[in-house]
Structure formats: C-alpha cells, structure tokens
Design a protein. Structure first.
Length: 156
C-alpha cells in the first residue's frame, strides 16, 4: 500500500490521503492495524475515519464477530477454569510440546497456549504455540464438554 500526501489548495501543509485507510478499515482491518500502516496512533486514525463518515463496526461481546470468541460457551467455561488455575499456580505454562517455542508476541502475550484435547478435563492441557495449536485443530477435533447441569438447592 502506498500512502500518498495531498497538498490542499490554500494550505502550505501536506496531508495524508486517508481514502485508502477507509478502504482498509471497510475491508476488515482493525483501526489499530490501519493506524500502524499510516504510522499514526489508533485514536488519530479513529478521528480521521470518523471525519470521513465511516460507519464503525459494533463491539460484539459474544459470537464469532468477537476476535476472542472461543467456539462455545462450554469451551469458554473450561478456558476460564484453566486461566484461574494458571493464576493460582496450579498449572505452570511450559514451552510448546511440539516445536519447543517459548516466545512472546510484541504485545507481551506468550506465544504458547493451553490446548484441550478433551473439554471434560479442564486441567489436562497440552502446551502448544499458536502455529502448532492451529495445526492440531486442522487435523483433529477436541472432545466437547458434556453439558454441566446446575441444580439449585431445594430443587429435585
């Protein structure tokens, strides 16, 4: 992508042409990723897109539109149990058990993730880097969690 500067009549200032930014955002890139391409802050890009009348995508908390969506409510429950065990120190993250990777992303998150072959055993995990984790799911399918029925006290 080429960023062109446009000289506005009556201005002695060169300004970036943000029409390509509008196209990138409308094409599915996040505001942060578009801003990075233009070498400006996310907030500045948000304002530039807003001035150009861009209709922003909603902030979905559930479902596939959310980039953190884990597939099902059951798998989310199991992952929450796993995350709590990691915070307590009951589970200790290890390097990837396939390739040995133990790196971090630029934002500080570990590249290695806890993987469940069987969602009925939330503390039985395999440590896989993102690449190996994706590869596992291309070839395999995890055993889904058997629905947990909650009984309220006093019910039969």
């Amino acid at each position: 992508m080429e960023i062109t500067n446009v000289e506005h009549p009556g201005d002695n200032v060169l300004r970036k042409n943000y029409q390509s930014a509008v196209k990138l955002y409308n094409g599915g890139l996040s505001i942060a990723k578009v801003a990075k391409r233009f070498r400006i802050t996310r907030q500045a890009m948000f304002r530039a897109l807003r001035r150009r009348g861009v209709k922003f995508r909603g902030k979905s908390l559930y479902g596939k539109a959310n980039s953190f969506y884990r597939g099902t409510l059951a798998s989310a429950r199991v992952h929450n149990i796993t995350e709590a065990a990691i915070k307590r120190g009951d589970l200790i993250p290890e390097p990837c058990q396939v390739c040995g990777n133990d790196g971090k992303f630029q934002d500080g998150r570990r590249e290695v993730q806890s993987h469940h072959d069987n969602y009925n055993e939330p503390l039985e995990v395999t440590w896989l880097c993102q690449k190996c984790h994706f590869g596992w799911h291309v070839e395999n399918k995890a055993i889904p969690e058997i629905e947990q029925k909650t009984i309220k006290i006093g019910e039969k």
